[in-house]
Design a protein around this ligand. Structure first.
Ligand code: NAP
Ligand code: GFB
Length: 338
């Protein structure tokens, strides 16, 4: 395999994952524990992994952030912690998304600098890209125009991380970089009926419709297109980026640009996976958000070499199975009584 894979073998790595209790954090933990030890994505003998929650340190607070770094002395950080939500939550709380994510990111980046963290990979999102831009999106056009208005708070806070990464590198020589995933789904998702992303939101709605024999209603027209990535595939890509990629420029972590799926296709696949027998409707009074935002994974594939993404339907079936088996402990938010 490539030379990069040998990086990090030998010296002791203490890897802190902020947001370690969320969808992506849990997936990284799963991959680290379940891939063969010492393999490309499995745990290595010189590594200690720490998955931090917000109850251990509220990263909006500089003192708590510093304390977390003092406690663990991380040599490497994957920074996932963020105020996260789907289209409708983003539309409602633009200032809160902007402020909280700016605070969290500034504290984590600065603590990483102060503690001489050897490597920091922060998580952005494809919503950072300009709304009006040539497709497919590439790593080169993040800052070339305003993001879509539906989530400009979150998008600007996330964009800033790329700016900060460059500034920390230029002024202090820090090895900070970022990852840009598309829409993520998988076990341990947020299944809130209103504030979540489309896949977990619709899985939960479809499950309730089947259980209570009530209508299954999909928001919007069903026409928008999205690229989805399975959280456990994304987890492998984060592990790769932490161990093998050393450049400040971000990397889009995505399936191919030809793998866009319409929201209607998502709803159809969920109906099938949940085993819902009724018909469903679209509430076209609700927002569609951005029509599409196809991102290129050319840079990723040219660097990582061979990588197999889990087929969408297989990943969706695994996610639905996890949801059904874990309903009582999953993040389901407030569910109105039937
Ligand atoms: P998630 O399931 O909602 O998890 C969020 C994580 O952040 C949780 O571990 C949470 O901790 C932590 N967190 C939130 N506020 C915090 C605070 N003030 N202090 C410390 N920790 C805090 O989100 P996710 O989907 O895994 O997202 C992970 C990363 O991927 C985020 O940076 C997000 O922007 C990015 N992303 C997500 C998607 C997606 O579709 N889900 C797409 C693109 C990018 P507790 O649970 O302990 O409170
Ligand atoms: O996952 P989602 O909320 O995120 O998907 P975005 C929104 C699309 O799914 C819209 C439709 O076209 C919605 O009309 N949709 C249908 C639903 N039913 C539902 C439902 O029950 N819940 C939700 N949430 N949508 C987010 C950004 O955009 O993507 C964030 O707002 C972030 O900033 C994230 O970047 C990855 O892809 O539209």
């Amino acid at each position: 395999m490539e030379g990069g894979i040998q990086k990090g073998r030998g010296s002791k790595w203490v890897i802190l994952v902020t947001g370690g209790t969320g969808l992506v954090g849990k997936a990284i933990e799963y991959v680290i524990e379940n891939e063969p030890a010492g393999s490309r994505f499995g745990k290595r003998p010189n590594e200690k992994w720490i998955f931090a929650s917000s109850s251990e340190a509220d990263l909006r607070d500089p003192a708590q952030t510093r304390k977390l770094y003092e406690k663990y002395q991380p040599t490497h950080v994957i920074h996932l912690a963020a105020l996260v939500g789907g289209l409708f939550k983003n539309m409602k709380y633009k200032l809160t998304f902007l402020r909280e994510n700016i605070l969290i990111n500034d504290n984590v980046l600065h603590a990483s600098y102060e503690h001489k963290t050897q490597k920091l990979v922060s998580c952005l999102s494809t919503c950072v890209f300009p709304d009006k831009v040539e497709y497919p999106l590439t790593e080169l056009n993040i800052h070339n125009g305003p993001p879509h208005e539906s989530n400009f708070g979150y998008a600007h806070a996330k964009r800033m991380v790329d700016v900060q990464n460059h500034a920390y590198k230029e002024e202090f020589g820090c090895n900070f970089t970022s990852a840009i995933p598309t829409n993520v789904f998988g076990p341990h998702d947020n299944y809130d009926l209103e504030d979540s992303h489309v896949i977990p939101g619709l899985i939960h709605k479809c499950y309730l419709a089947k259980k209570n024999k009530t209508p299954f209603v999909v928001s919007g027209t069903g026409k928008p297109l999205r690229q989805f990535i399975y959280s456990r595939d994304l987890a492998k890509l984060f592990i790769w980026q932490l161990r093998e990629y050393d450049d400040v420029e971000p990397v889009i972590l995505s399936v191919g640009e030809d793998e866009e799926v319409s929201i209607k296709e998502v709803a159809d696949a969920i109906v099938k996976a949940v085993g819902f027998q009724g018909s469903y409707t679209f509430d076209t009074s609700r927002a569609d958000g951005q029509y599409r935002k196809p991102a290129s994974n050319k840079k990723l594939l040219s660097l990582i070499g061979d990588f197999k993404f889990t087929p969408f339907e297989e990943a969706l079936n695994e996610s639905v199975k996890w949801f059904l088996e874990n309903y009582n402990n999953a993040r389901i938010g407030n569910v109105p009584s039937a």
